[in-house]
Design a binder for this molecule. Structure first.
Ligand SMILES: [Zn+2]
Length: 305
């Protein structure tokens, strides 16, 4: 193949996906393939599955990769060169970058999946639509967990500890619920989907999905649902305003299941004004992502763009 290619792999808990993009025109997908992670079979098996996938794609394209970018859960600790904070727990403590480079016989670069989401949406997605000249973009994931990624001049900011953009574990509520990270009251324990559902259940004694809670609040049929939605909107405003106060990004992209909630872009946006250090004025475009499930694998490929 004459084209210069960008290889990306999204290492998910259930699927490993590979995409190869045309470097000159990265929106162009040359090949896209996936395989089951089978993470229950352990670390060595995951490495073997990645090798199977890379060999398969190599066969389709007819050339071996020189370098592959990887989107991973958790992060590579730059101080120890091992993985941490992965929900696919068998990755934690492993020298994943070294092991992949040795197994695949090519250069590898790893980035957290939220960072890859931010990079892909910046270079190929929503940020391009709103402000293609954006110098600073922040990608937020609000779903089962809350994470984020910071992209400056088209590059991810990983940071000294590899935790650049990990906004989901800022403390938002002093006496808040315990977080898996060992602290309490993190953004994730307040405005993630499960956290909001838990809050509703605690106050109403009933289990409901966030979607149903939102509907009940809209119908004004349930005071606890309205309180849950008010909590979501207000803490969203507080959490995003801290991002803007520190980074003042040109664009913020909000992904994840909770990121789909339209109210965040109306009432939530208004609430940012209440907490921001700018006389209640906000011009930051806060937008939904464009690339859907593809953001992780595209962002991985763009690590070498
Ligand atoms: Zn936390």
């Amino acid at each position: 193949m004459n084209k210069e290619l960008l290889w990306g792999i999204d290492l998910g808990g259930t699927k490993i996906e590979c995409a190869v993009l045309d470097k000159q025109n990265p929106s162009q997908v040359v090949v896209r393939e996936r395989i089951d992670t089978e993470s229950a079979k352990g670390y060595d098996h995951i490495i073997a599955q990645i090798k199977v996938l890379v060999d398969r794609v190599t066969g389709i394209i007819g050339e071996k990769p020189k370098a592959i970018g990887f989107a991973t859960p958790g992060v590579l600790n730059p101080l120890t060169n091992t993985m941490k904070n992965c929900n696919t727990v068998c990755l934690n403590g492993q020298a994943l970058a070294t092991d992949l480079a040795n197994t695949l016989g090519c250069e590898v670069k790893l980035a957290n999946d939220a960072n890859c989401f931010a990079l892909a949406e910046t270079l190929l997605g929503a940020v391009q639509d709103v402000n293609p000249n954006a110098e600073v973009a922040f990608g937020v994931i609000m779903g089962t967990g809350v994470g984020g990624g910071l992209v400056v001049h088209g590059k991810i900011i990983n940071g000294l500890h590899g935790i650049g953009g990990e906004w989901g574990h800022n403390i938002l509520e002093d006496d808040g619920d315990a977080c898996y990270c060992g602290k309490s009251g993190c953004v994730e324990t307040v405005i993630s989907g499960p956290a909001l559902e838990k809050y509703y259940e605690k106050h109403s004694g009933k289990k409901m999905k966030l979607k149903e809670i939102l509907q009940a609040a809209k119908d004004h049929s349930d005071a606890d649902a309205e309180a849950t939605v008010e909590r979501m909107v207000d803490y969203f405003g507080r959490a995003i305003s801290t991002l803007i106060n520190v980074l003042d990004p040109d664009v913020i992209v909000i992904g994840g299941g909770v990121g789909n909630v339209d109210l965040l872009y109306s009432e939530g946006y208004e609430r940012i004004k209440k907490y921001i250090f700018n006389s209640r004025e906000v011009h930051t475009p806060v937008v939904k992502p464009k690339l859907g499930d593809s953001a992780g694998v595209f962002g991985a490929a763009m690590l070498y763009s």
